[in-house]
Write a protein that binds this ligand. Sequence first.
Ligand code: A3P
Length: 295
Amino acid sequence: LQTLPPVQLADKYFHIFPEERDPLWQNPCHDKRHKDIWSKEKTCDRLPKFLVIGPQKTGTTALHSFLTLHPAITSNFLSPVTFEEIQFFNGPNYHNGIDWYMDFFPFPSNASTDFMFEKSANYLDSEVTPRRAAALLPRAKILALLINPADRAYSWYQHQRAHQDPAALNHTFHQRWLSHYQPSQLLIVDGSQLRSNPALVMEGVQRFLGVTPIFNYTQALTFDESKGFWCQKQEGGRSKCLGKSKGRKYPDMTPEARAFLAEYYREHNMALLKLLNRLGQALPTWLREELQSTS
Ligand code: A3P
């Protein structure tokens, strides 16, 4: 048997299999050969059962905060470095490997009834994410939030103004998630309804996830008049709302801007209607209203 020193061997290997230069992490427990060499000290249960994939400005923080009120649902630990979302599948963090990812999750007390999840609002429109996510989490459920793209564009515009940063690209919902996950694994959450009636939306989300017990959000949430949003109910009639940057105060969109954006997004909304019908997903109320008012 002839072999080469490690570096030359690696060079040769990647020359023959160039597509393997970029790793694709899979769950070690899904393949017996991998499981046999996976350290006995390790577990494969420190992985999310579902992902909230975004996009930004649709209420992902609110959905995240409501989910974590549920006794059986746990989110990831915050990064000690960024205090932000993990953003594992979409960028350079992916190359830190699955141990790095698993360290963000607690050991579940019961792997079959505990629901761990993570929310990274940039996953939805990331090119590489669906393939990578499906390789590691083939049984995961996926939550995507959609609001009226005109409102989202305006919210994003206000976000940019608040951050004084240059314009960013506006991504549209892309079917590529569906080439990696079954339609039954995907739930489109109506982000406008999450804002106006979160208890109802959270009930639907729980049924889709199959999480028990069904948690009653009517008792856990309260509408905060001064914030103008639903918040977590606290002792003594007080409430705990999301931070200043979620649910900003700004003037309503002008009718001219709304009309322009309604026209601008009309074709995209039509395409979305067709896609949702084909998938058998409920139509968000904002989409019905938008298409009625512009038809
Ligand atoms: P605005 O600040 O423009 O109103 P994300 O967390 O995905 O970035 O989304 C932020 C948006 O979530 C906010 O945008 C707000 O409209 C919406 N939202 C929905 N429910 C909310 C809640 N209960 N509290 C605060 N913001 C909420």
